[in-house]
Each structure stands twice: as C-alpha cells, then as structure tokens.
Design a binder for this molecule. Structure first.
Ligand code: PEP
Length: 258
C-alpha cells in the first residue's frame, strides 16, 4: 500500500476571507490530531491560493496547497487562464488535471489533458490525473475500456522523470456531488484495473485515489475494501471536521488500525 494522499477540492466555493477561515480551522485540528501517515492537500480557487498559502506557511500547517486546474500554456495570450509557473510562484505543489467538470463544461479533450499533464510535470509539480465514466457508460458495461482509454491517452509515452509526479484519481462522474458513492466492490474492481493499465505504462508505483461523494462515514471502508491509496474530496472538504475525519480514516487504515 502506498502512503495515502487526501486532497480537498474546494471547487468554486469560498472567497478569500472564507478560505482563510477554513484553513485556520483545519490548522487547529491538524495541530491537535496530526495525521502521521497521510499527505494532505487542499486545492482552493485560484484567487484564494495566496491567502491560504500564507496561513499554511505562517502557522506551519502540515499540508500542501494545490490548484484545481492550470493552463496547458506557460504564458501568453490566453485570457482568463493561469499558468503552472504562476502557480509555482505561489508554492503550489499539486495540480488536478482533467477533472470531469473541466472535461464536460470547458471542452478539455483527452489531448489537452495529456498536454496539460506534461506541462505540469515538466515544471516538477505533482499532477493528479482525474478519470472516470458517465453513468450511461457503466450501464453499458463499458467503464473499464473507457477508463483504459483515458489513461492511455494521458499517460502513454510519459518520460521517466515525470512518472513519480503522477497520481490517478478514479472519479465516476455519476458519483461526483450526487451523494451516490460507488460501492467498495465497484471501486476495488476499477482500482485493480487501473493498476494493471498503469503497470503496462511503467507506472506501477502510482497512487490510485477514489473520488465521488466520499465522507467521514464511508472513507474507511472505501480505503480498506476499495483498496485505494487515498481520496479526492469535494463537498466534504468544505468543512474542516469532515475533511480531517476522512484524513484520519486514511491514516488509521495505513497504520493498520482498521
Ligand atoms: C470532486 O469533485 O472531485 C468530488 C469528488 O466531489 P464530491 O466529493 O463532492 O463528490
């Protein structure tokens, strides 16, 4: 089992004042109950990153800051976009690549996902590649092939230096923000499949996370029975207690307490 990674995706929630409030609450809990075995990351909206990073650094909170997206380009005439070098200057260490909401609503094709992943890892930043099928694909039993195709499109031919910087988050689109969690069997079958595909791409050490309505109640069983290396958490990451309860479940599983 890899050391767990738990990432909070705040999506387009919380202005910078609210974001500072949340990170301070997270800091208090983490100080009282440190997570010894978990890499913890929060991914706030772009405009909150500087404020959140300042609090993390000044209060020495044991987590790293991520971003939810980055431009495929490093600089230039790309109105509204934010580049990887800009995020690096803000001490961003992790970037989500190809979240299903970016793919579905902002025309992020497999090709752009692959290029963005390379833009991120070329700069030495960790990329969290998001993959996952729509409900119709699963109902037609096409989910394994669909996810294989996404993995191949994004990761084939990735250079050796970039490989340790990649994690994969399996996020079935039908489970994101819906309260419908994939069953532990569905998660286990898919994570096993993803690990086989990753091994064929010389990425056997890659962490495989699950995302989709993870909460404090289901995290432990998803971790132990679903055999994931951590979580990408949306809604439940907006409250310090529920986010850190998920982190604690991952910590306990890794330490063999569950
Ligand atoms: C997500 O958007 O990455 C996600 C997993 O959201 P939620 O936990 O709210 O389903």
């Amino acid at each position: 089992m890899n050391r767990p990674l738990v990432i909070g995706n705040w999506k387009m929630n919380l202005d910078y004042v609210e974001a500072v409030h949340l990170i301070q609450q997270i800091g208090v809990i983490v100080r009282n109950r440190p997570l010894e075995h978990v890499d913890l990351v929060v991914a706030p909206p772009f405009v909150d990153i500087r404020s959140v990073t300042s609090v993390v650094e000044s209060e020495r909170i044991a987590l790293e800051v991520g971003a939810q997206h980055a431009s495929v380009h490093d600089a230039g005439a790309h109105t509204g976009e934010v580049s990887v070098p800009m995020l690096q200057r803000l001490n961003v260490k992790w970037i989500l690549v190809g979240h299903s909401e970016r793919r579905a609503h902002y025309a992020m094709t497999d090709e752009v996902v692959a290029q963005t992943l390379r833009t991120v890892t070329r700069q030495g930043v960790h990329a969290v590649l998001c993959v996952g099928e729509e409900l119709a694909v699963r109902n037609d039993e096409g989910h394994l092939d669909f996810v294989s195709a996404q993995l191949h499109a994004a990761l084939e031919g990735l250079d050796e230096k970039s490989r340790p910087l990649v994690s994969v988050a399996y996020e079935p689109v039908w489970a994101i923000g819906t309260g419908l969690t994939a069953s532990t069997e569905q998660v286990r079958d898919m994570t096993e499949h993803i690990r086989t595909v990753l091994a064929s791409l010389s990425l056997e050490a890659t962490r495989v996370l699950y995302g989709g309505s993870v909460n404090a109640e289901n995290a432990a069983s998803l971790m132990s029975e679903g055999r994931v290396d951590g979580f990408l958490v949306g809604g439940a990451s907006l409250k310090a207690e529920s986010f850190l309860a998920i982190g604690q479940a991952a910590d306990d599983c890794y330490a063999g307490k569950r």
